[in-house]
Design a protein around this ligand. Structure first.
Ligand code: PLP
Length: 512
C-alpha cells in the first residue's frame, strides 16, 4: 500500500475531538480502567474522515463496478430498499413488543409470505431462515419430519446431482442423511439412468437446483420429480437461481415439494461480506404443518391455518366494513403469530432477519408482477449475450441456451500454462470483479459468469472486450497473467497463508 496508514500520519499533540468544557465535578476512573500503554494515533478530524473514506474505497462492491460472480447474483441493490428499511416505524420496533402494537410489521411479513407463495406456487412459506444454506437445512429437516411422521424410518439417503452447490451435501449430513451423488449427462442435465438406478425406498429425497449451477434449465425436471415421488421421496428445490424463473415458472408446478428462496440474491438485498441474508422456505400443502415458526396468520384464521388463500379474511373484513364499526373491520384484518401444528420448531431467534424482509418486500412492490418477470428475462438475455460474445474465444463445455448464468471451460487451449486463476486475477487490472472460478466442480477450470439484469449493454461489452484482450495476452505474454493483478492495493496473494494466517490489523513497528 502506497498511502500512509492512520498510525503513520499520527503527530504528537494533534487532536480530532473538541469536547465542551466539563461542567460536572471531575471524578477519577476506578483503578484498572485506564490503560496508559495503548498507542492510539493522534490525528485531526479530517485525517480520520480521509482514513475511513479511503478504506471504504479499497473495497470492491456492486456499487463500484461490474460484479459477475456466478451463482451469487450480485445484482444492483436499489437504494429505495434501504430507505424503507430505515423508516422509524420499522427500524424502532422490537421483537418483544406486543403483536397488537406491531401490526404494520406483521402485515409486511404476511404480504411477503403471500408474494413468495404466489411467485413459487407453494401453499405456505416461513420467513425464519437466515440464509440459503440455512433454508436448505430447514427444508431437509422438514423432509425428515415428514417421513418420521409417517413412521417411515428406512429413508437414509439424499440424492444430490454432481453439479450441486457444496451447501447441499453439508445440509444433508447435518440432518443425518447420507449423500448419494447423481451424475450429470452430456447436456448438463441430471443423468436419468443414473437417477433411476438410485431410486428406491431408502431415498428421503433429491435436492435439485434448477436452473442448475451450469446455468442450464434441467430439461427433464418433470421426469425427475416423477421418479423421486414414485419411490416415496420428496423433491427439494435449491432456489438460489430463482432469479431466472421469477414470474415465468412456478417451482411447485414443476414438481418441487419444498424450496428455499435467497432474498439476498433474487430479491436484491445486499449480501457482500457474509450477510445478513434471508432464506425463506416454501412448501406444498402436505408439508405445511412442519414449517418452522412463528409464521404470520390472519388473527381470525382457525388454529392450525398456515397457508392457503388469504381472501377469506379479506372478504370477511369487507363484508363488515360499513355494516359494523370500522374497528370491527380492522379487527378482521388483524394478524397474529402462530406455530404450525407439527413444526420442526424455531430455526432462528424471533422472526428471521426482519431488515432483509423489508428490503425484499420493497423490491417486489417497486417492480410489481410485470417488473419481476422482466427482471428474469433480462437476466437471461444478458447472460446469453455475454456467452455468445465469449464462446468463440473461451471453451464452452455446454453449448446451449443458458439461463441467467453460464460456465466457460477455462482459458483458451492455446494459452499454455495459463489457468483460470490467472484470467480471474488479470480481470482486476481491467477494473472488474472476477467471476466465480473452479465451480461447479464438474467443469475443469470453470469460469462461472452471472452478469445479472441490472447491467447495461455497454458494461457487458466492456467486460467482453476485457476477457477477449486477456485471452490474447494469455497466448502472447502468459507471465503478465501469472503475476496479475498489478494495479490493486495488494497484488497476488499467497491464498493459503491469507486464509490460514490473515493479518487483520495494523501492528505498530517495534520501537527498540
Ligand atoms: C448461494 C447459493 C447457496 C447458499 O446460499 P447462502 O445464502 O449463501 O447460504 C446454495 N446453493 C446455490 C446454488 C447458491 O448459489
Amino acid at each position: 500500500m502506497t498511502e500512509p496508514l492512520i498510525f503513520e500520519i499520527s503527530s504528537p499533540g494533534r487532536c480530532g475531538a473538541s469536547l465542551p468544557a466539563c461542567d460536572v465535578p471531575r471524578t477519577p476512573l476506578p483503578a484498572g480502567m485506564v490503560r496508559d500503554d495503548l498507542s492510539l494515533p493522534e490525528v485531526s478530524e479530517v485525517d480520520v474522515i480521509r482514513h475511513y473514506v479511503r478504506l471504504s474505497q479499497l473495497n470492491y462492491g456492486v456499487d463500484k463496478g461490474f460484479y459477475p460472480l456466478g451463482s451469487c447474483t450480485m445484482k444492483y441493490n436499489p437504494k429505495v430498499n434501504e430507505v424503507a428499511a430505515r423508516l422509524p416505524g420499522f427500524a424502532r420496533t422490537h421483537p418483544y413488543q406486543d403483536p397488537d402494537s406491531v401490526q404494520g410489521n406483521l402485515t409486511l411479513m404476511f404480504e411477503l409470505q403471500e408474494y413468495l407463495k404466489e411467485l413459487s406456487g407453494f401453499a405456505a412459506v416461513s420467513l425464519q431462515p437466515a440464509a440459503g444454506a440455512h433454508g436448505e437445512l430447514t427444508g431437509v429437516l422438514i423432509i425428515r419430519a415428514y417421513h418420521q411422521s409417517r413412521g417411515d424410518s428406512k429413508r437414509t439417503k439424499m440424492l444430490i446431482p454432481d453439479s450441486a452447490h457444496g451447501t447441499n451435501p453439508a445440509s444433508t449430513s447435518m440432518c443425518g442423511y447420507t449423500t448419494v451423488e447423481i451424475k450429470s449427462d452430456a447436456r448438463g442435465n441430471v443423468d436419468l439412468e443414473d437417477l433411476r438406478a438410485h431410486c428406491d425406498d431408502t431415498v428421503a429425497g433429491l435436492m435439485l437446483t434448477n436452473p442448475n449451477t451450469l446455468g442450464l434449465f434441467d430439461e427433464h425436471v418433470l421426469e425427475i420429480a416423477d421418479l423421486v415421488h414414485s419411490c416415496g421421496g420428496l423433491l427439494y428445490g435449491d432456489g438460489a437461481n430463482f432469479n431466472a424463473l421469477m414470474g415465468i415458472a412456478k417451482p411447485a408446478q414443476l414438481g418441487f415439494d419444498v424450496m428455499h428462496f435467497n432474498l439476498h440474491k433474487t430479491f436484491s438485498t445486499p449480501h457482500g461480506g457474509g450477510g445478513p441474508g434471508s432464506g425463506p422456505v416454501g412448501v406444498s400443502q402436505r408439508l405445511a404443518q412442519f414449517l418452522p415458526g412463528p409464521i404470520v396468520v390472519p388473527a381470525m384464521a382457525e388454529d392450525g391455518w398456515v397457508g392457503g388463500p388469504a381472501e377469506h379474511a379479506d372478504e370477511h373484513a369487507e363484508e363488515h366494513t360499513g355494516k359494523h364499526t370500522e374497528e370491527h373491520a380492522e379487527e378482521c384484518h388483524a394478524l397474529r403469530l402462530a406455530m404450525p401444528k407439527h413444526s420442526i420448531g424455531r430455526v432462528k431467534s424471533f422472526y428471521g432477519n426482519f431488515g432483509v424482509l423489508i428490503k425484499a418486500y420493497t423490491y417486489i412492490r417497486v417492480l410489481g408482477a410485470e417488473g419481476l418477470r422482466q427482471a428474469s428475462q433480462d437476466a437471461v438475455l444478458n447472460a446469453n449475450y455475454l456467452m455468445h460474445r465469449l464462446k468463440d474465444v473461451y471453451p464452452l463445455p455446454y453449448d446451449r441456451t443458458c439461463m441467467h448464468e453460464f460456465v466457460l471451460g477455462g482459458p483458451p487451449p492455446e494459452a499454455e500454462g495459463v489457468h483460470t486463476m490467472d484470467v480471474a486475477k488479470r480481470l482486476m487490472d481491467y477494473g472488474f470483479h472476477p467471476p466465480t472460478v473452479y465451480f461447479p466442480l464438474i467443469v475443469h477450470e470453470a469460469i462461472m459468469i452471472e452478469p445479472t439484469e441490472t447491467e447495461s449493454k455497454a458494461t457487458l461489452d466492456a467486460f467482453a472486450e476485457a476477457m477477449i484482450k486477456i485471452a490474447e495476452e494469455a497466448v502472447i505474454d502468459p507471465d503478465l497473467l501469472h503475476s496479475a493483478p498489478h494495479v490493486t492495493p495488494v497484488t497476488r496473494l499467497d491464498e493459503t497463508r491469507a486464509a490460514r494466517r490473515p493479518r487483520l490489523r495494523w501492528v505498530p513497528p517495534r520501537q527498540d
